[in-house]
Write a protein that binds this ligand. Structure first.
Ligand code: MG
Ligand code: MG
Length: 248
């Protein structure tokens, strides 16, 4: 069942989602060659605690970190590590909080120093696919119209969308109905209604869409070893379109 939020609940979601946006912005300013995702994870957690918010991912299903840090060929759900990032890497940082009963969830992929044009284009296209998905969000629109819009942009650029992981509804739970694939034919699935909140999160691979989960049970990497990018916003369906809740 897709939960429609009341205006009061949406007001609370704006607060938790804004915290996610602020903290992700803080982290993004620190992504330079030599920084470790472990350092970013510590900062994310401290920033949360300062705001009396709870990091949403730590302990979720046993996940050990406050951020998901997924460099280069890691698609999603990477652990924070003490290995320094290098110039030319890209790294996806996925982050969520729980505050006053509601979750916010967002992700960005960032360049570490100067990166090559292929990686730059992968990040740009993945972000553009998220923007395209958000652009179709409005009451009465079919859920798969969002999925299709994301897929069209990613594949038109010669990239592939990951199938194994999907976006999701969000609210009092981190993952609510509906599941939101990043691929599919338009015109199917439930119709969106004002008050629904969707975490739309394309994961786009430079090569094959196939992924593989490592022995830690979490870290998903591309099967061909090529790069992957990931962007996510928590988005409310409004009377006439969409409101991006995790944007500053
Ligand atoms: Mg996320
Ligand atoms: Mg998510």
């Amino acid at each position: 069942m897709i939960i429609v939020k009341t205006p009061q609940e949406l007001a609370k979601m704006r607060v938790s989602c804004r915290m996610v946006a602020e903290i992700l912005h803080e982290l993004s300013t620190l992504v330079v060659p030599g920084v470790t995702t472990w350092d970013l994870d510590r900062l994310a957690e401290e920033s949360c605690l300062k705001r009396n918010a709870v990091p949403a991912f730590k302990g979720y299903g046993g996940f050990p970190c406050s951020i998901c840090a997924s460099p280069n060929n890691t698609v999603v759900h990477g652990f924070a590590t003490k290995e320094p990032l290098s110039a030319g890497d890209i790294v996806s940082i996925d982050f969520g909080v729980l505050y006053d009963g509601f979750y916010g969830d967002s992700a960005v992929t960032l360049p570490v120093g100067a990166v090559d044009d292929d990686k730059k284009r992968l990040m740009d296209v993945t972000k553009a696919s998220l923007v395209a998905g958000i652009k179709v969000v409005a009451p009465g629109v079919c859920l798969s119209d969002v999925s299709s819009a994301v897929q069209v942009v990613a594949e038109a650029a010669g990239f592939s969308v990951v199938r194994e992981f999907v976006g999701h509804g969000i609210g009092r739970s981190l993952h609510e109905d509906p599941q939101i694939p990043n691929y599919g034919k338009a015109g199917f699935g439930p119709k969106l209604k004002a008050g629904m909140v969707l975490a739309i999160e394309p994961m786009v691979n430079a090569g094959t869409h196939h992924v593989q989960v490592l022995g830690d049970g979490w870290t998903a990497v591309t099967r061909d070893g090529r790069s992957s990018a990931h962007f996510e916003h928590s988005v409310a369906v409004t009377e006439d379109g969409a409101e991006i809740l995790t944007r500053l």
